[in-house]
Every structure is written in structure tokens, then in C-alpha cells.
Design a binder for this molecule. Structure first.
Ligand code: FAD
Ligand code: MLT
Ligand code: ZN
Length: 469
């Protein structure tokens, strides 16, 4: 039997797409790459995923898993061969159980992040993972990329939110690790192998995730700051003043704000003249009054001591959402502006100011007028240090001539300052050739050994994350 017929008999013919416009599955979110799939198969259950994997293995055909296809490192689309099966998890989107005593939720991998947040909210609880793509990314994709987002400071990355996983292995066996336990020292922590593996070791089919009590009050402030050094200083003060109540600390430079104002004018920055802006969120478990007194004291002190220039605190949930919307629209505004060089780096917070000073200078020496779209999760030491062509230079010409040179320069500086070339977006195929230059060689060798022992036929999302040769 041909592979297509075998897949049709497993999931039903209507869930195997072979022709028509498959670009929603074959093109990456940033429209930088387009692949071609042998077919798109959408299983409806874990058992069907297992059978699909077995059928593909017996035809020596590789599989690319896909959730919401919002990944930013070209890991969720097929290559150009037309020989890979794209396995979409979109049909597997049930919320299966909420355990309010255990503070946990069990969902299928294709569940959209926002639906999980809403289900938790209806149960009077909080699922804290929060990304600009939450309306379309899936929990399986979040786990597979170990996504970060805007609440990491308080709640950690996706990895920290996961209690248990169900995974279909490369040989089609179902690993039932769907535990809600917070303590389980019975050997290797297998779930942590699959988290952040970007689909290269198996397919995540279900997950049990942590929930939290909802904070009694959440306050959001937008702060104008003269330079990045002062943003770092404000972060240190916020840690001191607010300790665990500090849930988010985001920074945005003026150029990134100007892109949002240009393309999405209804989201204009409240402080258009500010060199930097900080979006700061406080969640309080006592009362709104307590949170507001602490935040006001922090900000007035910072303004008095010239750490901040100006600040507003949102006085309604709607205004807080508006401020967050401004921050979360930078990615879309950048996409609307055209092609650019995207970076997702992390550094010790204590080195960030010096890194940016030295690297900004070196980039401008390489090509004067280069524009830096610099923003990110300063509280986590994670910057999206993006680079755009000088005004008037076509983006395609800039990328052709400067993309490799810019990336090499940025990554070398990241290495010099003991950082990472991927903080939260992953490696995918975009950085798979770069990784060996910056990762510890022993770590790379161990990664290859893990890959070959869990996926000996190299059929699970091959040539992503780690190259075998
Ligand atoms: P996909 O893009 O479909 O897949 C991502 C990777 O996971 C691929 O390698 C894929 O093969 C693999 N995969 C998907 N599902 C499974 C599965 N069930 N089993 C095994 N492998 C699987 N990322 C952040 O970390 N922080 C942010 O703040 C953030 N903000 C974003 C804002 C916007 C506007 C956009 C477009 C993206 C943003 N991202 C962010 C990136 C992206 O949304 C995340 O990486 C997200 O976790 C991807 O989820 P997805 O369901 O879209 O996965
Ligand atoms: C963000 O922080 O907004 C995301 O990681 C997306 C991006 O880097 O553009
Ligand atoms: Zn980010």
C-alpha cells in the first residue's frame, strides 16, 4: 500500500491533504521560507499519531510536526523536497481535565494557548504562559520550543510549567508520562528531553500543566527612560521593592515604538520622545491598594532620582491591555515594515548595557545608518536585538549583503559576554548551522547521541536543532 493510502486509512481521507493551497502549512510565519509537503496529515487521537508514525517509519519517510505554525526559526514547515509528511496537531485540541485541588490542567497538544488561559480563568485559576502569538500558537508548540514570553520572571518558561507529558516516540510507541506529580524522582526526567526538542525526538500529544491561584490585583505601568543603563537600574529597584510580585519587565527602544506607531497608529507609544520605554507588571496577592502603593512609591522614587523620566499606571483593565498590546505588536509592526534580521539573545542582565553599547557601535561601523529594533524581556536578560536596513536601502539588498556579517558579529559579541544565541525561539533550521560554532562541543555530541538513540532512522523533523553529520 502506498504511504498516502496508508495514512488515509488511519485518519480518514478528508484528513490527508495532498493538493490545493497548502501554504498555511508550508510557509513560515515570517514568510522567509516555503517548503513543500508530500501531504498534510491531521490525526484526531494519540493512537492515530502512533499509527501515522509507524506508517511513515515503514516507508522511511520523515515527519515534521506542526502546531500553530507561529515559530520564528523555520522549524515547523517541511523542507523543499516534497517528500516529508507534515503532521498537524490542529484536530487534537481538547481540554481534558482541570484539577483544582492539584492546581493542574490536562490538554491535548493542539490546544491553542489562549483557550487554555480561558479555561483556567473559568475555573478561577491562572495559566500564566503569555505570548504575543497566544491566539494561534498551541501548547504542543510551546512545549516543543520551551517558549518564554512575558511572565517568565515570576512563573518561568514553559518547561517550568509542565508536570507531565504523553509523547509518541519515533518508533510509534506511546510514552504515558502524563503525571500531575510535583515530585517524582524515579530516574531520568524524560519529559525534559522532549521539551525544547522542536519535534526532533517525538510528537507531544498531551500535557499536564501547572495552574496558579489568580493574583488579587495586577497593575501595569509604562515608563519613559533615558537609556538602557537606567532600565537595568530600574529593574534592580523593582526587584528590591516588589520581590516576587514583579511579574513582567519589558523594554522597547524608540525605533521599535516608531514602527508600531507607523503601522498600527491606534497603538501609538504614550511617550513617543522616550529613548527607551519599560512595561512593568506587578501582581499582588494581598490587595490592589497594596500593589498600587508599592508601584507608585517605586516609580516616584525612580523619577526623583532621575532613573526614569515619566510614568503612567493603567487605571483600568482595558488600559492595561492597551499598554500590553503596544508591546506585543512590535513583531507584527516589524513584519509589516518588511524583511529584517531577527535575533533572540540572552545575556546576564549585568552585561546587557555594555553588550548593547559595544555591539551597536560595531554594527554602525559596519554600515552607517543601520537601524536597531531593540526590545525584549529585560527581566529575563532576553533581548530581541533586531537589525533593519538603513532608511532608503532596499531590505532584500541589505539582507543579501549583510545578514551573515551582522549575525556573525552579534553572535561573537554574545559569546564574548557569555550569552546564548537563542533565548526562547529555539534553533529550527534557521540557526542549525550556526549552533555548532557557539555550543559547547561536548554538549553537541551528547545532543547527537540522544537524537540517534531516540530516533535512529532520523525521521523526526530531521536537520532541525542538531545536524548529525
Ligand atoms: P509551531 O510553530 O507549529 O512549531 C514550533 C516547533 O515545535 C517546530 O519545530 C515544530 O515541529 C514543533 N512542534 C509543534 N508542535 C509539536 C508537537 N505537538 N510535538 C512535537 N513537536 C512539535 N516565542 C516565545 O518564546 N516568546 C514570545 O514572546 C513569543 N512571541 C511571539 C509573538 C508572535 C507575534 C509570533 C508570531 C511568535 C512569537 N513567539 C514567541 C514564537 C512562537 O509563537 C513560539 O515559538 C510558540 O511556542 C510556537 O508554537 P506553535 O504552536 O505555533 O508551534
Ligand atoms: C516577543 O517577545 O515579542 C517575541 O519573542 C516575538 C519577537 O521576537 O518578535
Ligand atoms: Zn520574546
Amino acid at each position: 500500500m502506498s504511504l498516502i493510502h496508508a495514512l488515509e486509512s488511519i485518519v480518514g481521507p478528508s484528513h490527508v491533504l495532498i493538493e490545493g493551497d497548502l501554504s498555511a502549512f508550508e510557509q513560515d510565519w515570517r514568510k522567509r521560507s516555503k517548503g513543500r509537503a508530500l501531504c498534510v496529515v491531521s490525526p484526531g487521537s494519540t493512537e492515530e499519531v502512533a499509527q501515522v508514525i509507524k506508517a511513515c517509519a515503514s516507508h522511511q519517510t520523515s515527519i515534521v510536526p506542526q502546531g500553530g505554525n507561529t515559530g520564528l526559526v523555520v522549524g515547523s514547515i517541511p523542507d523543499e523536497s516534497g517528500q516529508q509528511v507534515l503532521l498537524s496537531l490542529k484536530r487534537m485540541r481538547s481540554i481534558e481535565a482541570i484539577d483544582t485541588d492539584n492546581l493542574s490542567i490536562t490538554v491535548q497538544a493542539g490546544c491553542v494557548l489562549q483557550e487554555i488561559q480561558e479555561a483556567a480563568d473559568h475555573a478561577g485559576l491562572l495559566f500564566p504562559l503569555s505570548l504575543g502569538s497566544e491566539g494561534s500558537c498551541t501548547i504542543g508548540g510551546n512545549l516543543s520550543t520551551n517558549a518564554g514570553g512575558t511572565q517568565v520572571l515570576r512563573y518561568g518558561n514553559t518547561r517550568d510549567l509542565c508536570l507531565g507529558l504523553e509523547v509518541v516516540s519515533a518508533s510509534g510507541e506511546i510514552y504515558s508520562g502524563l503525571s500531575g506529580l510535583r515530585k517524582d524522582n524515579t530516574g531520568y526526567d524524560l519529559k525534559n528531553l522532549f521539551i525544547g526538542a522542536e519535534g526532533t525526538l517525538g510528537i507531544i500529544t498531551r500535557a499536564t500543566m501547572k495552574l496558579y491561584p489568580k493574583p488579587k490585583a495586577t497593575l501595569t505601568a509604562f515608563v519613559a527612560v533615558h537609556d538602557l543603563e537606567r532600565c537595568v537600574n530600574l529593574l534592580a529597584r523593582a526587584h528590591q521593592a516588589l520581590s516576587a510580585q514583579l511579574t513582567g519587565f519589558e523594554v522597547m527602544n524608540q525605533f521599535s515604538m516608531s514602527l508600531v506607531s507607523k503601522h498600527i497608529p491606534q497603538l501609538a507609544c504614550p511617550f513617543p520622545g522616550a529613548a527607551w520605554c519599560v512595561l512593568l507588571e506587578v501582581s499582588d496577592s494581598e490587595s490592589e491598594r497594596h500593589a498600587s502603593e508599592q508601584l507608585e512609591a517605586l516609580l516616584s522614587d525612580a523619577i526623583e532620582q532621575e532613573v526614569a523620566n515619566n510614568a503612567i499606571i493603567a487605571d483600568s483593565l482595558q488600559k492595561a491591555k492597551h499598554l500590553w498590546h503596544i508591546r506585543e505588536s512590535i513583531t507584527m509592526a516589524q513584519a509589516m515594515e518588511g524583511l529584517n534580521i531577527k535575533n533572540d539573545i540572552s545575556l546576564p542582565v549585568s552585561s546587557i548595557t555594555e553588550f548593547v553599547r559595544v555591539t551597536d557601535h560595531a554594527l554602525k561601523e559596519m554600515l552607517s545608518g543601520m537601524q536597531l529594533v531593540n526590545f525584549g524581556h529585560l527581566g529575563d536578560g532576553n533581548l530581541h536585538y533586531n537589525v533593519q536596513a538603513p532608511a532608503g536601502m532596499p531590505a532584500s539588498e541589505f539582507l543579501l549583503e549583510f545578514e551573515d556579517r551582522v549575525n556573525t558579529l552579534v553572535y561573537q559579541k554574545v559569546k564574548q559576554f557569555k550569552g546564548s544565541i537563542s533565548a526562547e525561539h529555539g534553533i529550527g533550521s534557521l540557526k542549525v548551522h550556526t549552533l555548532p560554532h557557539y555550543k559547547d562541543p561536548v554538549a553537541l555530541q551528547l545532543m547527537r547521541q540522544i537524537k540517534t538513540s531516540l530516533d535512529p532512522l532520523n525521521t523526526m523533523n530531521p536537520n532541525r536543532v542538531v545536524l548529525l553529520t
